[in-house]
Write a protein that binds this ligand. Structure first.
Ligand SMILES: Cc1cc2nc3c(=O)[nH]c(=O)nc-3n(C[C@H](O)[C@H](O)[C@H](O)COP(=O)(O)O)c2cc1C
Length: 189
């Protein structure tokens, strides 16, 4: 059985992030042959083309982590109807230098949680536009707009509601199938 290496971004820098809780839940419920590594975004400087000749260590680590991954998963809050600046900054680093876009042909999926009922839908549309330009191979269904209910999750990501658990497990099973499908026709070097 092959194992797929999944790099994941949590779009929040909050120490009490509900999206981090969601990431823990997703990892718990994912198929066994997915292995997860978080790519930290909080210590990245703001991207500038001035760095293209000589990336700083944090950005080099981000590029290396993506180069070693088979797929990428984004778990993000919605900020002002888009994605948080810290996440966009990380994506900008990954997409450069020109010609060395880390997301090129990479299997990807997007999910997010909000305290509001729209459940990051608008942020996810924004993120999808960015990832389309970055030529990532996105899973388009199922969509997952999570209206976060604190009572449904323990701090370490255990899901106590059966319907939520089943939905999130299904999302990760579809993600695994998507990764396999994409890599069958677009193997990573
Ligand atoms: C700057 C800012 C902008 C926000 N904008 C939105 C928004 O557009 N839509 C939404 O549903 N929630 C919005 N929220 C509320 C977030 O959904 C809520 O803070 C959530 O807990 C953030 O996720 P996190 O806990 O993973 O950081 C915003 C919060 C902040 C701090």
């Amino acid at each position: 059985m092959s194992t797929y290496q999944v790099a994941y971004f949590v779009g929040s820098l909050s120490s009490t992030s509900i999206n981090r809780t969601l990431s823990k839940a997703l990892i718990r419920l994912a198929p066994d042959d997915l292995e997860f590594t978080e790519i930290p975004i909080g210590d990245l400087p703001l991207y500038s083309p001035d760095f293209d000749e000589d990336y700083p260590p944090e950005a080099r680590a981000l590029k290396d982590a993506l180069a070693g991954a088979d797929a990428v998963l984004f778990i993000t809050p919605e900020y002002n109807r888009s994605i948080p600046g810290a996440l966009k900054n990380a994506i900008d680093w990954a997409s450069r230098p020109w010609g060395q876009n880390s997301f090129d042909h990479m299997p990807a999926a997007v999910i997010g949680a909000s305290i509001g009922q729209i459940g990051t839908a608008v942020a996810q549309q924004s993120l999808r536009g960015v990832l389309t330009f970055c030529n990532a191979r996105q899973m388009t269904a199922p969509e997952a707009y999570i209206w976060f209910k604190p009572e449904v999750y323990t701090e370490d990501g255990e899901v106590t509601d059966e319907d939520t658990k089943s939905f999130l497990r299904g999302f990760m099973e579809e993600f695994r199938a998507h990764v396999e499908r994409v890599l069958t026709v677009l193997p990573r070097d």
